[in-house]
Each structure stands twice: as structure tokens, then as C-alpha cells.
Design a protein around this ligand. Structure first.
Ligand SMILES: C[S@@+](CC[C@H](N)C(=O)[O-])C[C@H]1O[C@@H](n2cnc3c(N)ncnc32)[C@H](O)[C@@H]1O
Length: 328
């Protein structure tokens, strides 16, 4: 799930004359601050150079994660066809690019971002899309300018920059802006998963229904030090490799998300595969989150016929129908 070509070309044009050494230094600084979850009252993307480094080093991966999360939402709830979006902590417009690709029904977007540097870039990039986007300076922690609710509200890779106690309050604030569905995406780290679990809980208490990835509304059955997350492989461009000083032509972006809906999802979602499928001769071992609220390994053998074939083809993050009943 690569960036749409119009956005990729626009990003390449922005980066083509930038000195590589400066981009590399800015990217290292961003990585240090993101990995360390530094909360010192300063935005990580605080200059034009930091914003350009984000485009080079992070945008392809956060796009892939957002697009994959939206694909799971679409697979569970194909009738959901949002027309309007509010995206907060928009960065360069990542969630908008992914939502526009997933849902061609989208025709307006309100983008709220605290950093002037990345907001300017995002506003420019989103002119490549055939929809109307309105970019505003705003801080999700403060009172936002009054906004009409949107069909879809997104917050991608932002909770990890907010104060530790802001997760529940922010999730509820965004829920107030949500007409149909809310998607929160975080890095696929243990801490990112904990934030998603906290948001999931408070949103369920507010009456929300889960669309994806969980196939049930019970408490998350995963027990630390394990954590729930997914992975998406991203091909690295030459510049991406240079900026990140990586030899390998790809990287695996780990992410976690929760998608909540105002209305119950019409069809029951299938059990979700929570890890790479382990295959050996005649056997497929799958770590599944099941409809009854449990999670664990399920073994499917060649004797299971078409189910075995489906399990062999299935991937981490897919839903797998074990019908007629959830296989133990
Ligand atoms: C890691 S970037 C994610 C950008 C984009 N959503 C993505 O997925 O690529 C986090 C963004 O949130 C913005 N941000 C951080 N704190 C914010 C706040 N309190 N209000 C609004 N935006 C904020 C940052 O400036 C940055 O652009």
C-alpha cells in the first residue's frame, strides 16, 4: 500500500533539492524523539526541515499503516461510505490520503494540525486530491473551533505525543465530532497498544460499537508482556533508504488501531489473525482473537479442507471465517 502516485510525485518534488545531510540529521532527531516518546512541551515537527524529514522518513510508513487499518474497516463494514472527514494531528495529510484512497465517496475534509511547518506542507500536498480540504491551526488538547460532526474522524500517530493522561479525554472529545466512525491509530508498540486499549474502553462505555480490529466487545484478552499489533511492509525509495541510513529495500511498520462506530456493524466480523501464520507440512497455526472474547493459538490441519487452504493463504491482520463455529 504505497502512497498514491500524485502524492508521491509531489513529495519527491518537495525533497529533490534538499541537502541529504540536513535531512538525515533532522530524521535522526525525529526518530530519537518518537522512539523515546519525548514529552517536553515542544512539537517534534517544529521546523520546515523537520517537516521535510517526516515526509522522507515517516510518511510512507504511516500512510501504509493508516491505509491498512482503513482496509480492515472497509472489509468489515463495506456499507460505510463517508462523505466528510475530520482529521486531527494531520501532519502532511497522511490519514486524508489514505481515506481518499479507501473511500472515493469522501468529498470534504477538515484538517487540524498544531505545527505551522507541516500544516503548510500538508495543505499544499492535498491540493493534488480531487476533494475539498480545509486546513486549520488547532490543538487537540484545547478547545477547538466549533465544527460540524463528520462521517469519519481520524487521529493517527498523535496520542503518543500527548500527555499520558490525555488519552481518554481526547478519545471522548473526538467521539463528539463523530457522526459515523472514529479511527485511532498508534505505533504498534506495547505503549501504543495500551493507549488504544484505554481509548477502546472509554469509547465502549460511551456507547460506541467496534468495527475493527477486535471481533468482539469484551475486554482485550491479550496479557502483557504480549501486545496486539499488526505489521505492514513498506518499500523504501532510494531517498528513504539514504535518509534512514538503511540497506534493506523495505521496512516493516508496526501499528495498532481501533475503529468505532455509532451504529452496530451489520455483519458479525470474523476472528482476527494476530501474528504471522505458522505453516508446516499439513498444519497451519494461527494466533486468533475470537468472537467469544478469547485469544490464542488455533491449529488447522489439511483435514479441514477449504479452511486449511484459506488459512495457508491468510496473513497477519486478516479476518478468517472458521464457520460454522469458532474453531477451538
Ligand atoms: C507523528 S505525526 C502524525 C502525522 C499524521 N497523522 C500521520 O499519521 O502521518 C503527529 C502530528 O500530530 C501533531 N500534533 C501533536 N500534538 C498535537 C496537538 N496537541 N494538537 C494538534 N496536533 C498535534 C504534530 O504536529 C504532528 O504533525
Amino acid at each position: 500500500m504505497d502512497l498514491p502516485s500524485s502524492i508521491r510525485s509531489a513529495v519527491e518534488r518537495l525533497l529533490e533539492n534538499q541537502p541529504l545531510s540536513a535531512l538525515m540529521r533532522a530524521s535522526e532527531r525525529l526518530t530519537r524523539r518518537y522512539r523515546g516518546e519525548v514529552r517536553d512541551g515542544h512539537l517534534h515537527i517544529d521546523s520546515e526541515l523537520a517537516a521535510l524529514a517526516y515526509l522522507a522518513a515517516r510518511l510512507p510508513a504511516t500512510y501504509a499503516a493508516a491505509r491498512a487499518a482503513m482496509e480492515m474497516v472497509h472489509n468489515v463494514h463495506p456499507d460505510f461510505q463517508p462523505k466528510s472527514l475530520i482529521d486531527l494531528g494531520s501532519g502532511p495529510g497522511t490519514a486524508l490520503f489514505a481515506a481518499a484512497d479507501c473511500w472515493p465517496s469522501l468529498n470534504t475534509a477538515t484538517m487540524i494540525e498544531a505545527s505551522d511547518a507541516i500544516r503548510r506542507i500538508g495543505e499544499g500536498l492535498s491540493s493534488a486530491l480531487s476533494l475539498e480540504s480545509n486546513w486549520q491551526k488547532g490543538d487537540v488538547l484545547r478547545q477547538l473551533a466549533p465544527l460540524p460532526a463528520a462521517d469519519l474522524v481520524t487521529l493517527a500517530y498523535v496520542l503518543d505525543e500527548l500527555p499520558l493522561d490525555a488519552v481518554e479525554k481526547t478519545a471522548l472529545k473526538l467521539w463528539q465530532l463523530t457522526r459515523e466512525a472514529l479511527i485511532l491509530i498508534e505505533p504498534g508498540t506495547p505503549a501504543g497498544w495500551q493507549r488504544i486499549v484505554a481509548a477502546r474502553q472509554v469509547l465502549l462505555e460511551a456507547g460506541a460499537h467496534i468495527i475493527a480490529p477486535c471481533p468482539h466487545h469484551a475486554a482485550c484478552p491479550i496479557i502483557p508482556p504480549d501486545w496486539c499489533h499488526f505489521s505492514r511492509r513498506v518499500q523504501r525509495s532510494r531517498l528513504h533508504r539514504q535518509v534512514k541510513q538503511g540497506e534493506v529495500p523495505y521496512e516493516d511498520e508496526k501499528y495498532i488501531f481501533i475503529a468505532m462506530s455509532r451504529q452496530p456493524v451489520p455483519a458479525a466480523p470474523p476472528p482476527r489473525i494476530l501474528a504471522p501464520v505458522k505453516l508446516s507440512s499439513g498444519l497451519a497455526r494461527l494466533k486468533l482473537c475470537r468472537l467469544d472474547g478469547t485469544a490464542g493459538e488455533t491449529t488447522i490441519t489439511r483435514r479441514d479442507g477449504s479452511l486449511f487452504k484459506a488459512a495457508r493463504r491468510a496473513d497477519w491482520g486478516d479476518g478468517l471465517n472458521l464457520s460454522p463455529e469458532d474453531k477451538a
